[in-house]
Design a protein around this ligand. Structure first.
Ligand SMILES: Nc1ncnc2c1ncn2[C@@H]1O[C@H](COP(=O)(O)OP(=O)(O)OP(=O)(O)O)[C@@H](O)[C@H]1O
Ligand SMILES: [Mg+2]
Length: 223
């Protein structure tokens, strides 16, 4: 069995006004340590694919297995635990907590997994140093630029040395220099820690580093 496996996954969103079919009978196999890039047109399901792996979204049919466990069979507590311990998520819209400063944002996953505050704050400094953000440690997200928030979000995502990094256009808001910094950090996590990376991106610098690209148009059976 592969590290991440989608078996005949169907997904249809139902809003108040319409049904939005996204995936039908989707089969995917991803091995541990792979670096996968995901590309395709807007609105076709790239972010949704990451949300399925993280357990944020549940499929309407089929099964998703991660490291031998069926995500659909987990209860809410188990899904939260899985997400906190094993997944690092860099959202398209950062999702930093506005009421928390930079330090506390990055500390959240560490504290949730039981680390003591003093130790967590030390680790936060180390992480912020990697992304060049230590000088903004006591600022609040609203005072940061998009690219700066993206770098803080990256530090938060790698805080717990996750087995899987889900990154949604992580260089979308960054200039060349900071874009390269994030690409290199993703590569480092992948090469040195064997982290499996699923990264939505149209950025050539990322696509050329990835081992395989999933083109969402080709796997999406729903028109
Ligand atoms: N929770 C939800 N409820 C209803 N519809 C949703 C939900 N999440 C996503 N969708 C719809 O599913 C479709 C795919 O969304 P998704 O965010 O995965 O697209 P995407 O490929 O990441 O696009 P983009 O490149 O613009 O980020 C969109 O039409 C979106 O409106
Ligand atoms: Mg998206």
């Amino acid at each position: 069995m592969s590290f991440i496996e989608f078996k005949e996954v169907d997904l249809t969103f139902q809003t108040k006004v319409q049904r939005i079919p996204i995936f039908k009978g989707l089969n995917l196999e991803i091995e541990k340590g792979e670096f996968i890039t995901i590309a395709g047109p807007s609105g076709k399901g790239k972010s949704t694919l990451l949300n399925l792996v993280s357990g944020f979204v549940k499929p309407t049919g089929g099964e998703i297995w991660v490291d031998g466990k069926n995500l659909s069979k987990m209860n809410d507590t188990q899904v939260c635990d899985y997400r906190n311990k094993r997944i690092g998520y860099i959202f398209q819209t950062f999702n930093l907590i506005q009421q928390f400063n930079v330090r506390d944002n990055v500390a959240v996953p560490l504290l949730l997994s039981g680390m003591k505050k003093k130790q967590a704050y030390e680790k936060v400094e180390e992480l912020l140093d990697k992304v060049g953000m230590t000088n903004r440690i006591l600022e609040y997200p609203r005072t940061l630029s998009g690219g700066e928030q993206q770098r803080v979000a990256f530090a938060r995502a790698i805080a717990n040395n996750p087995d899987i990094i889900l990154a949604d256009e992580p260089t979308g808001n960054l200039d060349t220099k900071n874009g390269e910094l994030i690409v290199n950090l993703l590569m480092e996590a992948n090469k040195e820690n064997g982290t499996t990376v699923l990264c939505v991106s149209h950025d050539e610098r990322i696509i050329e580093k990835g081992q395989r690209t999933i083109l969402i148009e080709e796997i999406t059976c729903v028109e």
